[in-house]
Design a protein. Sequence first.
Length: 268
Amino acid sequence: MTSPNVSVPKREQVAAWLVHLFTASGAVLGLFALYAISLGQWRLSFGLMAAAVFVDSVDGTLARRFRTQTWAGSLDGALLDNLIDYLNYVIVPCFFLLQSDLLAPAWRAPVAGVIVLASAYQFCQQDAKTADHFFKGFPCYWNIAVFYLFLWRFSPSVNAAILLFLAALVFVPIKYIYPSRMEYVTHRLVLRRGLLGLTVLWGLGSAWQLIDYPASHQGVTAFLVGYMVLYLFVSVYRMLVPLDGEAVHAPQQTVPVLAEGDVDASLL
């Protein structure tokens, strides 16, 4: 029998704390990915990175659904998410660069260092996430970038050039869409569903390429490249033509960077 002085958590509180626990599981996946990299288990490490991206892509929806700010507000979910994102989107792929042969030995530490510093700037900008739910500047999808460099096997010099170019884009105020927040991209339900469906297919295609590595499928590769081109096109278009019709250069209210789970990744 429960004592009348003992407070029994409500179901809503339990659900909200379970969502926080689900978010925190991304840190465990990141730790295991680091360990897999240290063992030279490249495919396993990318599988763990992909699992972490999946957690990050759905935990925001769960947080809003179960109202974590209301029922588990003593824990800062946004801060938790940012810490885990920096681990999984920055530190883990940079450790991969240090341990693998994607870069020439002399370039591994300098390139990884540049990425870590640029990403620290990106994560700490007050307007890194705009009021209309876009990223400003390259959104630190380093796990995805390193994954494709691993798949496509460019030369180390080309890999270094690509990574340094992306690091420079962190400081260029281009707005990038959230694949999981399509309601801020278009009001048309059919377009939102279409873009979300393409995002899911992109994730499945990436998983197929990883599972079947080192085999390469030209059709899948073409689709993956096409999706990335579409992502960039829609991002730039929506930046130049805002959804609600305001002026392109109108000032925006800023919010703290990366609310819980709003990075997807998809890109996540």
